[in-house]
Design a protein around this ligand. Structure first.
Ligand SMILES: [Zn+2]
Length: 492
């Protein structure tokens, strides 16, 4: 277990954790949002972020501080906490994005970490190479090697109580992300940003983003705190949390406000297009869209930034509550309906159901089957795996109906999407699931796969399946030799 990070609760790949930040003498509850502060712009003051929005941690860019003389002198003299008047933890980014965009700057890893230490950063970042998506494998490997050399140098720098980030790169190669994650986790560095995913999110490539995170997580292991670097839109937080991301940073709240854009958990709206404000934050209860449109540029930007932050923090709280209640995947399903690309992200998340299954609690409140994707949830996978370990008699009737058959030694219940189980298990999670009366094909297919798995694991047993009118192509998934009984005429 990493000393600075403790897990408190889990749901799918998501978790509630505690990140201890010794230099700031604070503990940050995760999932957490780090508002991005640009020291040269005063959209919403850090003090207000702490007091009004409950921000426990923020992030600022050490490269901007380094390059702005008066800010640099003040930061060196008084420290970032006094400069910003912020009581929580402060993370600094090295500015590798600026490096990538504007060319090399002439500082070493030791120097950039030392500078972050001297300005009073609580969590510092070495200069890594943020390899963009879709580059050649050679480029991704070469740049990853450079990032890894710098992490090894960073490990040797004396940073006192300051935590240090170990960015995980690897472009759109999940196996490189995994190697990068494993290498980063083997250093004694503390927090693990999954880097260079912003271009993916800007292009709505949530599927590729999930694959990148899943790859990194396979290398990092469960106990590493993971930061989805540059991810600030509340629409995708639930999805990313479900894949195991713990920290998010939002520049979006301020950048979008500058363009009159209004964030919602279902996407972004332009102030110009809004006839109503679909939100209950102080900004939206005290104004209507015309009030906001009538404001001067600066005050309008501040009001929109405040609204954007309110919805962003609200979503983080909603996600934490969903993890506590064990219904995070139901929340992800709702969010997935906001945009087809989010649905791609959710479907990709379910491609990693085996990875999610490892951290998913064995028992939760209730399983709600709310879309055909629910048939691919980790609970269904786990039930299918459990079938291999159940003892079966010489002959077994598997049935969706209520009545047993005299001909067989035992009768087990069959319930889509899980498939068969002994009646004694019917009160245990997830078999207590709430499933719609109008079962869909994915649920039937998953149930048929469960039946097939049980039959194939027990070749000596004689099986029969009582089903309520399953379509022929679903029944094709059942192995030969199973006696099929259509119960659709039967009542109840
Ligand atoms: Zn609002």
């Amino acid at each position: 277990m990493r000393e600075c990070f403790e897990l408190r609760d889990a749901d799918a790949g998501g978790r509630i954790g505690e990140l201890t930040v010794p230099r700031a003498d604070v503990t940050v509850e995760t999932p957490a949002l780090l508002p991005v502060i640009n020291p040269n712009l005063d959209t919403i003051s850090p003090r207000r972020l702490a007091e009004e929005f409950g921000a426990e941690i923020l992030i600022t860019n050490s490269y901007i501080i380094y390059g702005t003389e008066d800010v640099r002198e003040a930061a060196l003299e008084d420290g970032l906490h006094e400069l910003f008047d912020f009581p929580g933890a402060i993370m600094t980014d090295s500015g590798s994005f600026q490096l990538a965009e504007y060319g090399e700057i002439d500082v070493t890893t030791e120097e950039i970490l030392d500078f972050q230490y001297r300005i009073g950063s609580d969590i510092a970042t070495p200069v890594d190479i943020p390899t963009p998506p879709d580059v050649s494998r050679e480029q991704a490997e070469d740049e990853l090697a450079t990032t890894q050399e710098r992490l090894e140098i960073a490990e040797t720098v004396d940073t006192g109580e300051m935590l240090v980030n170990a960015p995980v790169q690897g472009s759109t190669y999940p196996d490189l992300r995994k190697d990068a994650g494993r290498h980063a986790a083997e250093t004694d560095l503390d927090v693990f940003p999954v880097g260079a995913v912003v271009p993916l999110m800007n292009d709505y490539r949530y599927d590729d983003m999930i694959d990148a995170v899943a790859g990194a997580k396979r290398g990092l292991g469960a106990d590493a705190p993971v930061h989805l670097f540059g991810a600030g839109h509340p629409m995708m937080f639930a999805l990313a949390v479900a894949m195991g991301c713990d920290l998010f940073d939002s520049a979006a709240y301020a950048l979008y406000a500058r363009d009159d854009r209004y964030l919602t958990v279902r996407g972004t709206r332009h102030l110009e297009d809004l006839e109503y404000l679909p939100c209950s934050c102080p900004v939206c209860t005290e104004n209507d869209p015309d009030d906001l449109r009538a404001l001067e540029d600066k005050p309008r930007e501040k009001e929109l930034a405040a609204h954007n932050l309110h919805v962003t923090f609200e979503e983080i709280r909603r996600i934490k509550q969903a993890i506590r209640a064990g219904n995070l995947l139901e929340l992800v399903e709702q969010r997935a309906r906001a945009h087809p690309t989010m649905l791609d992200g959710y479907r990709t998340l379910l491609d990693h159901a085996d990875q999610l299954e490892r951290s998913d609690p064995v028992s939760k409140g209730a399983f709600f089957y709310t879309s055909h994707e629910s048939a691919r949830r980790p609970e269904v996978l786990r039930h299918h795996q459990r079938l291999d370990r159940l003892a079966v008699p010489d002959s077994l009737f598997l049935t969706e109906g209520d009545s047993d058959s005299e001909r067989y030694d035992e009768s087990w219940r069959v319930q889509p999407p899980f498939g068969p189980f002994p009646r004694a298990l019917s009160k245990s999670y997830p078999l207590t699931a709430e499933v719609p009366e109008r079962t869909d094909r994915s649920a039937l297919e998953a149930a048929a796969d469960g039946v097939a798995r049980l039959v194939e694991t027990n070749p000596e047993t004689e099986f029969a399946l009582g089903h309520r009118g399953w379509p022929a192509d679903v029944l094709e998934r059942i192995p030969d030799g199973v006696d099929l009984v259509d119960l659709s005429g039967e009542s109840g």
